[in-house]
Write a protein that binds this ligand. Sequence first.
Ligand SMILES: Nc1ncnc2c1ncn2[C@@H]1O[C@H](COP(=O)(O)OP(=O)(O)O)[C@@H](O)[C@H]1O
Ligand SMILES: [Mg+2]
Length: 505
Amino acid sequence: MNMKLFTVNDEFDWRMKVFDTIPYPALILTPDKIIVSANRAFLEKKQTELENVVGKTCHRVFYNTDEPCSPAICPFSKVIAEKKWQSIIRRVEYEGNEEVWVDRMFSPILDENGKVKFIMECVRDVTRVITLEKRSIRMRQFLDKVIQSSHNAIVASDMNGHILLMNQAAEDLFGFSMEEAIRTKNAENFYPSGKAKEIMKHLKSEDFGGKGKLFASRIDVINAQGETVPVEMTGAIIYHGEEEVATTGIFYDLREKIAGEKKLKEALIQINRSEKMASLGQLAAGIAHEINNPLTGILLYANLALERFDKADPLRKYLTSVIDGTERCKDIVKDLLAYSRQTSPAKETFQINSLIEQSLTLLRDQKRFLNINLVKKMSDDMMLIRADKNQLIQVIINLTMNAIDAMDRKGTLTFRTYRNKPHRKVYIEVSDTGCGIPEENLSKVFDPFFTTKGPEKGTGLGLSTSYGIVKENGGRISIKETSSRGTTALIELPFYTPDEITAVS
Ligand SMILES: Nc1ncnc2c1ncn2[C@@H]1O[C@H](COP(=O)(O)OP(=O)(O)O)[C@@H](O)[C@H]1O
Ligand SMILES: [Mg+2]
């Protein structure tokens, strides 16, 4: 190739002077990668003279080899083919082990026919830029990890409510992936209607934690299933200078905490109830014993006296009242004794379905069953329990009587049995279509002597006795559901598996 070597002294091309003053190393090369000129910055960097580089290939000068660099690291052929500048950023090790990054830019210089005649290569040290960029990426990744690792749900959105970011806990709480939320949701969708606007108002006000901040408050959010979830929320506006650019919300799911508190409250009520029942039980047992003997005497003598009166005698009426009243006292004493019963249960193994059958056999002929529609939904699963059968029959009878009273002796009475194998529990439900238990009585129905039935009808000992019995047999009794449409009482007992039975017998 007819090639003229340019030097800074060539007057014909002032452009060479420009080239020479470029503050970073630059070369001019032929399309064959032969250096035709190098600028001052290059020579200073390499600490060499122009004569030592001109005429040599760039790979010889840079890497001291006759092997041209691969297109992967040298875009030379691409520049020639496309006649457009290309740049490539690479890590090089110039000085020791220090990390140095250079941006090599290749620009084509075309001849009058539009062909690439020369290529100018500029080498810029971009170590600082790259290091900063890498540091900022690392920082971003670290911040991302901090946000992701938070147990609290974090959501950020722009000032129009478009979601910008959600961490894993937020995805779990709301039930959307961040991508889905970014595409299809607005922060408003996360709250009950009108709440998002109220939060924004509070955020912008001075009165709820200061301007741009919202101190922790208990609110409800709405998840993907449309369920209301109680949370504690704190919020903030993110400013860029004076400008409001985004908002963040941090949410703490309160469901577990609330459930825990409820359990604790229930446990306290139970302890309270047990204590009350224990002391009342002792008292009742004492009184019942004392009263039982005189009552037997009254009944005996009243009956003897009755026999002495003539059939037509008006005094007979009074005596009959005495006898009825005494009978009722005896019933109450019997209930009291049952309530305060101190014997330990006599355990046997049986199917819970037989419990319902036997209770019903005892009750069936009663007049109060006449207008009751009886439904039995008994599971065929193996449901053996080990318990005092007679005591539990008494419980079923109590629940049945209550159900019938609540329905005013007409309606549907349903017995249901089922089991939960993994939890090793069997269940008996007694449901009625009666009047239900008012909210304010729910905590009292298991209390001894609590009754709404009036002194003539109820003793208020049915449920409290049942409670004690079920507990003694290792189970629990509760009101599962109650409303104006009826009530379901639930007994839950531990079940025996056949191999345990073999082991026992
Ligand atoms: N199935 C039911 N439906 C409505 N109320 C009920 C039911 N079971 C119990 N109760 C309420 O609980 C109270 C206590 O019941 P219990 O201890 O059996 O006493 P008693 O039946 O003697 O009143 C009843 O007086 C009634 O108010
Ligand atoms: Mg009762």
